[in-house]
Design a protein around this ligand. Structure first.
Ligand code: GLA
Length: 380
């Protein structure tokens, strides 16, 4: 690294958005292609250099403040466990030779609803990376930032996630979807047909073991690949296997179903890109609903609450709903609905009311109308 790097002596601010996973459920760590959208909501990070060599990390709305020194990257727990996202970034930067030269106050604000599965963690990671890179003069490409952020999550936070959340937050573009080729680690944007909207319906229900269930699915996909490689040693990723190869997984129906989902979901992503290009919204909608059904039946990462919301939204296809599916890791969280202008707040209220009638014991879902936004950027 250049020791003459340009360090900044004044405050640096950056914003990084939340995301919706549009289609491509659990295909990112299996070498497939995924489509996601950055939102106009997200995280803002502010870094102010200090002269006493100390490091503080705080967040508006959270009373606990982390106090330490740069380089002392000990994982935190309890009220401060969220600090592991920025600390993880500092740890992976240091491992890659990008060591902080001085102390700073790092603070965050957010307008993302918490717990809705819109990936505030990736937004914190990318916003942190952005302010530190400018403050310290680290020259990092956007791809390097995404890969370092994913590494922070894998190694420091301990979640074996793929690259989707970090890439969409970084490369997002208003009125576009981000298309990620996870095998090649390349990123592109594709325009969204005009007049489309996203609605997020949060079930307010989440499995208590969501991280370990995610890790279990990740391990099952690795297992499927291991068995498939016995027949085809040249197989690079699970998505490369053809449907005809699935018979070799018959001895374990769970593993077979996971692989079947991943392979078919990856084909749906390609089909969806073609349909978007043609403006064939009916086909896009069919693919979104098919994606949800596959997550429910084959990957088994849905919940009765998510299924109920998708089912009701499907009944509103004639009233502006294009498609709907669970978004993100699953095991609770939120449903994403893609709609035209015809879908209004009154209809969204109705969806929630129908849900309440049919599932009176479940918590009332919250909903949010969101639009696409720009990826990680410096402010001011
Ligand atoms: C979470 C992970 C992503 C991806 C999705 C499921 O959002 O962080 O890497 O695996 O789940 O597609």
């Amino acid at each position: 690294m250049d020791s003459r790097r340009q360090v900044s002596s004044s405050a640096v601010r950056a914003a990084s958005p939340g995301r919706v996973e549009f289609i491509g459920n659990h295909v990112d760590y299996n070498g497939g292609r995924v489509l996601g959208a950055a939102l106009n909501l997200g995280i803002t990070a502010t870094a102010i250099p200090r002269t006493d060599g100390r490091l503080t990390i705080s967040s508006r709305g959270s009373p606990a403040i982390y106090e330490g020194i740069p380089g002392d990257n000990e994982p935190q727990s309890g009220q401060l466990s969220w600090v592991n996202y920025p600390l993880g970034i500092m740890a992976v930067l240091a491992e890659a030779g990008y060591v902080l030269s001085r102390g700073l106050d790092l603070s965050f604000t957010s307008d993302l609803p918490s717990g809705a599965g819109l990936s505030s963690s990736a937004a914190i990671e990318l916003a942190t990376m952005e302010v530190l890179a400018v403050l310290e003069g680290f020259e990092l490409s956007r791809t390097e930032k995404v890969l370092l952020a994913q590494r922070a999550e894998n190694t420091f936070v301990g979640v074996p996630c793929g690259i989707l959340d970090q890439a969409v937050s970084c490369f997002g573009k208003e009125d576009h979807l981000v298309c990620i080729d996870c095998a090649e680690t390349t990123f592109d944007t594709v325009p969204l047909p005009p007049g489309l909207h996203f609605w997020i319906f949060n079930t307010n229900c989440k499995h208590s073991l969501v991280d370990s269930l995610y890790a279990r699915r990740h391990a099952e996909c690795r297992e499927a690949l291991k068995w498939l490689r016995k027949e085809d040693p040249g197989l690079g990723y699970l998505v490369e296997a053809g449907r005809e190869a699935l018979h070799s997984l018959n001895r374990d129906p769970d593993i077979r179903r996971r692989a079947e989902h991943v392979i078919e979901e990856n084909s749906r992503v390609s089909a969806c890109m073609e349909a978007l290009e043609r403006g064939a919204l009916d086909t896009v909608g069919d693919l979104l609903f098919a994606s949800h059904a596959s997550s429910r039946d084959l990957f088994e990462n849905s919940t009765p609450e998510l299924d109920a919301l998708v089912e009701i939204l499907e009944e509103y296809r004639g009233s502006g709903v294009v498609g709907a599916r669970l978004t993100g890791g699953g095991f609770g969280g939120a449903v994403m609905a893609l709609t035209t202008d015809a879908f209004t707040r009154d209809l969204a209220d109705k969806v929630v009311a129908v849900y309440g009638e049919r599932h009176s014991k479940a918590p009332t879902p919250g909903f949010l109308h969101v639009v696409t936004g720009e990826g990680t950027r410096l402010l001011d």
